[in-house]
Design a protein around this ligand. Structure first.
Ligand SMILES: [Zn+2]
Length: 388
């Protein structure tokens, strides 16, 4: 079969033996595979990532001299199953799968390790237990977005965001756009999106963002004004004193009133939820400095290197920082069904499709935010450059 390998940052179409599924595994014919920002990053910086992964207990993340087949955002048709596999889906069944693969006792990151080749290929092996049939005739170019959309859905779940809260999405690349789509699907009324690129801002609007900001011109936090957030520590002190004065003027034992209000949730300040979807050094510090008091910051963007921030700024504003990774199997399944039931329309995200010979050109094209958001690979196409 044909596959695209990455070796020392070079992408080549090569002939490889078709992988063989073990017990409990399925062989899929790849229908579509998305090119992920983490693939772009791993191409040039996988050794740094591999160091962090090794420190957290996973030694088999790809290293630059190895030949790895990327691709963890895919859908395919079942071709075959490993020996002794029970209740394998019928050949021809369209499926998606979570990108993890067992090898003996170890589990590998599919598409980011030589131990688990990904879907930049005509075929790949997946775990049957992690496979889900694609419902409702959802087309392949939408089903392939299950994985990145599940990342967005997980971020929204971890954000604990209510429909009346304000969401501020910093960065409108594919993950920022996925977060916007999922926030709207979740019923969040006010979604403010910020990106320097006019093309990305247009996509944010198509994905349902209510307010779109060019951060070179305007502050996304400024656009969140009027929703009852406190701007400075002095505002908070002033509110506290003012509240006590009012209650004491009314001759009420203020601590009883406060405690009762606390129980109803009425004493906790309003906070926006800021989604960091950029992942470059300095962005978390920027958000902490710009965001209103008590903001909850959900860090979805993956900044690979070391970064600096001023804890005192975060302390003065009592900022909540939450980091998110991937999704749960349930979130992945629910995302697939949200797409299949039309609750989320991923059409704006996909800006092009290429064949395997066009993968290197697609990586280049993705460097320009005006040109593309998500490019899909169709292994049956021979398109050498991304076409709409
Ligand atoms: Zn990804």
């Amino acid at each position: 079969m044909k596959a695209v390998t990455c070796t020392n940052a070079k992408l080549d179409v090569v002939d490889q033996p078709t992988p063989t599924p073990a017990k409990g595994q399925l062989l899929l014919d790849v229908l579509r595979c998305g090119i992920c920002g983490s693939d772009l990053h791993a191409r040039n910086h996988c050794d740094e990532v591999a160091e962090v992964m090794a420190e957290t207990g996973y030694p088999d993340f790809m290293r630059s001299p190895q030949s790895v087949v990327f691709g963890h955002e895919f859908c395919g048709e079942v071709l075959d199953h490993g020996p002794g596999t029970r209740k394998a889906p019928k050949a021809g069944t369209p499926v998606v799968a979570l990108p993890l693969l067992r090898r003996g006792k170890d589990v590998h990151a599919l598409g980011l390790s030589t131990k688990a080749p990904g879907a930049y290929a005509e075929q790949l092996v997946v775990e049957q237990s992690l496979t889900l049939p694609i419902p409702n005739g959802l087309p392949a170019d939408k089903a392939a977005l299950t994985e990145p959309m599940a990342v967005g859905w997980h971020a929204v779940q971890r954000a604990d965001i209510g429909k009346k809260d304000v969401a501020i999405v910093i960065g409108c690349g594919p993950i920022g756009l996925a977060v916007i789509l999922m926030l709207k699907a979740h019923g969040v009324g006010t979604v403010i999106a910020s990106d320097y690129s006019p093309g990305r801002r247009a996509l944010a609007t198509q994905c349902g963002a209510d307010v779109v900001v060019d951060p070179a011109q305007d502050s996304p936090y400024g656009k969140a004004k009027g929703h009852g957030h406190l701007e400075t520590p002095l505002d908070a002190f002033d509110l506290a004193i003012g509240t006590l004065e009012k209650l004491q003027r009314a001759r009420l034992p203020w601590w009883h009133v406060w405690r009762a209000a606390d129980k109803l949730g009425a004493a906790s300040p309003k906070r926006p939820v800021v989604f960091e979807c950029v992942g470059v050094p300095g962005i978390i510090e920027d958000i902490i400095t710009g965001a209103p008091l008590f903001s909850r910051v959900v860090v979805v963007g993956v900044c690979m290197g070391a970064d600096k921030l001023r804890p005192s700024m975060a302390i003065n504003k009592e900022i909540d920082l939450r980091f998110v990774l991937g999704y749960t199997p349930l979130e992945f399944r629910d995302t697939l069904h949200m797409l299949a039931e039309g609750k989320v329309d991923v059409t704006p995200l996909v800006t092009g499709t290429v064949g395997l010979p066009g993968v290197a050109a697609a990586f280049d094209a993705l460097g320009d935010p005006e040109a593309h958001a998500k490019i899909l690979i169709d292994p049956k196409s021979d398109a050498a450059s991304p076409t709409p």
